[in-house]
Ligand binder design. Structure first.
Ligand code: PRX
Length: 640
């Protein structure tokens, strides 16, 4: 790596060999983004070419209108002539004594065909929604592709989400089939997933459940509704023709947290998403013939969808999927995996990096020299974590691509490209070629250099940006297309730009917090806590955390204050309530039972003040509160 003015640039050999190393592409793309994306789109296999590349009717827009394709034909058949025997998926199980699985492109093709026919035999048709509640096992990749093959819309729900969280999502999509597993391994425990799924199914439209056998445990069974995956697939033919999908037909719905209590179903379409996934992967991860790419994100999140599944497959690359936790049974499990499978490109979140850094001595025991490129995603990466990653994992020879994007954007939109750089700690980089971003002040004027503002995306947007919130166009309009009008996409992130045009992401400007890179809305957590019969009101705020970036802290007011001795029991039942409604990822760092919350005279809860109690920031003017005395009382009980 070459160092210049506080930033790094790729070494000459790296630059020369990179898939992207031509600075002039940025300018060409900027001049005519639509033409640029059209050129990239032609690399895919289309059953029918589009008639119009981009149509904009604010707040809606479309890409490759009239075009027809099937994304799985592009992931599979398009790769078969050259890569039939190339490994598409390396699966590493959690159990150390179990063998990894390798699926070639040829094998994946047949498995997907079989699964697609099995889904058809259960009555799944184009446009139907299929829920997928699976852990990190090969069947999750097969299921998603099988849905896409026949035009069904998959909606993957993170396997650590609670039955209640699954239910809400299944109800919203009105899925009629659910694919799940008997259970899975996590930190040495068997997690009973089928039991959790069963609990979610009442009051949903699910008619059939397909169950993968992963752990071989006994499960409750409903005849006529439940089907074992192996039985169903054994009966299915392997040959399944792909359905030609309209470019704008939905490919998947993925739920994410917003400012309110209810998760939003982001709708992603076939054509634009495929184009963006193919090219962001090719240029940002520089996929070459021999690369082994490991994206550590769970498939239940968008990173797992795009860079665990679709992007590597569209590029004919080898993707590694790991079932377990990166630090189990020892903190160096992730290093073992890199060493064992000779991983060349490693993509993870700053939280994981900060955790790995605590066990530096473990890292030093392993040979990580197969690595040639590193990535970061999901939350801002602080300089200390950046340098640690750069020195100890990449040995100062691997570029670090800090990639900014969202569930809504479908793929990476801001980063430095590895063949060009610069890689500057604290800055994600430049907009991907063909993407127009801006940083605006509250009045909608572009911010000068180094001044913080709101990050927005301008027309023609990016082909993979969400097209709607499932069955909720009002929410779509309000969330993304109101802050600066219907022609500018509002990201809800604060950002600034330096004099070289590099972007620093400051963080969310709404009520979303990023806990270990996971997106959680304080409103959703408040909703869950407020459902507890003894809680009359509550406030949730995100506070800084050394490892997880941010963590939630809850202030709850109890309707009938119980005796002091009963308080721990009350706290526990509130925690149980959160587990039930959302799942363990939303558990707070602290839960404080308080007698009141700071409020304005009009009754608005001042969360900002509660948040500041955990930092050294000035509390501001308390005189506008109706109950300023409560701030002092709360201050006395909090632990910093
Ligand atoms: O605040 C930004 C942060 O994560 C949010 C999107 O979260 P989610 O939809 O869960 O998708 C995460 C993975 C794509 C953004 O609004 N974020 C994402 N990447 C970065 C980031 N913040 C800083 N730097 C990043 N590289």
């Amino acid at each position: 790596m070459i160092k210049k003015e506080g930033a790094y640039y790729p070494a000459n050999e790296f630059r020369k060999a990179a898939q992207f190393n031509d600075e002039s592409v940025y300018n060409t793309a900027q001049k005519d983004p639509v033409k640029f994306w059209e050129k990239l789109a032609r690399q895919l296999f289309w059953r029918k070419t589009w008639t119009k590349a981009f149509v904009h009717r604010p707040p809606y827009f479309q890409w490759f209108v009239g075009g027809k394709l099937n994304i799985t034909e592009n992931c599979l058949e398009r790769n078969l002539p050259r890569n039939k025997d190339k490994v598409a998926l390396i699966w590493e199980p959690e159990l150390l004594d179990e063998k990894p699985r390798h699926l070639t492109y040829g094998e994946l093709f047949w498995e997907v065909g079989r699964c697609a026919n099995a889904l058809k035999s259960l009555g799944v048709k184009k446009g139907d929604r299929v829920g997928i509640y699976l852990p990190m096992i090969p069947e999750v990749m097969i299921s998603m592709l099988a849905c896409a093959r026949i035009g069904a819309i998959h909606s993957v729900v993170f396997s650590a989400f609670s039955p209640q969280a699954l239910k809400v999502r299944l109800q919203d999509t009105r899925a009629k089939v659910l694919i799940t597993a008997d259970g899975y391994y996590r930190r040495g425990q068997v997690i009973s997933l089928k039991a959790a799924a069963d609990e979610a199914l009442a009051d949903t439209q699910i008619k059939k459940v397909v169950v993968v056998k992963r752990v071989g445990q006994e499960v409750a069974w409903r005849k006529g509704r439940d089907f074992w995956w192996p039985d169903l697939l054994a009966k299915a033919k392997a040959q399944c023709s792909p359905v030609a999908m309209d470019s704008e037909d939905p490919l998947f719905i993925l739920y994410t947290s917003g400012s309110t209590g209810k998760p939003k179903g982001c709708v992603h379409t076939n054509g634009g998403y495929a184009v963006q996934s193919l090219w962001t992967g090719k240029w940002i991860f520089d996929f070459g013939d021999k690369d082994v790419f490991w994206c550590t994100a769970d498939v239940g999140w968008v990173t797992g969808h795009t860079y665990g599944i679709y992007s590597p497959l569209l590029n004919g690359a080898t993707s590694l999927m790991f079932e377990g936790a990166p630090d189990f049974p020892e903190p160096d499990r992730w290093c073992q995996i890199i060493e064992k499978h000779r991983v060349t490109i490693f993509y993870t979140a700053p939280t994981a990096i900060r955790m790995f850094a605590r066990y530096e001595h473990f890292v030093k025991k392993h040979d990580l020299t197969s690595l040639r490129l590193l990535g970061s995603v999901g939350e801002p990466i602080d300089e200390a974590a950046w340098y640690w990653y750069f020195k100890n994992v990449g040995h100062e020879k691997c570029p670090i691509v800090d990639t900014w994007w969202q569930t809504e954007t479908g793929g990476i939109l801001i980063t430095s490209l590895p063949g060009l750089g610069p890689f500057k700690p604290g800055f994600t980089g430049r907009p991907f070629p063909g993407v127009k971003t801006d940083i605006l002040d509250d009045q909608g004027k572009p911010c000068p250099i180094d001044k913080k503002g709101n990050l927005v995306i301008r027309s023609p947007f990016s082909p993979g940006l969400l097209r709607n919130i499932y069955k909720n166009p009002k929410k779509y309009l309000e969330t993304y297309w109101t802050r600066y009008g219907q022609k500018i996409y509002f990201t809800s992130d604060g950002a600034l730009r330096d004099k070289h045009g590099l972007i620093r992401i400051i963080g969310r400007v709404d009520d979303v917090i990023k806990v270990a890179g996971h997106r959680i809305s304080t409103g959703e957590l408040e909703n869950a806590v407020n459902k507890h019969p003894l809680v009359s009101e509550c406030a949730v705020v995100g506070i800084p955390d050394k490892i997880k970036g941010e963590v939630p802290v809850i202030f709850a007011v109890s309707a009938e204050a119980p005796a002091k001795a009963d308080l721990p029991a009350l706290k526990q039942t509130i925690i149980d309530q959160i587990k039930k409604e959302i799942g363990p990822i939303a558990l707070p760092k602290e839960l404080y039972l308080v007698e009141d919350l700071p409020k304005t005279r009009s009754g608005k809860i001042m969360r900002r003040i509660l948040k500041r109690l955990f930092t050294d920031e000035d509390l501001g003017d308390l005189s506008t509160l109706s109950n300023p005395e409560i701030v002092e009382k709360i201050k006395k009980i909090i632990v910093r």
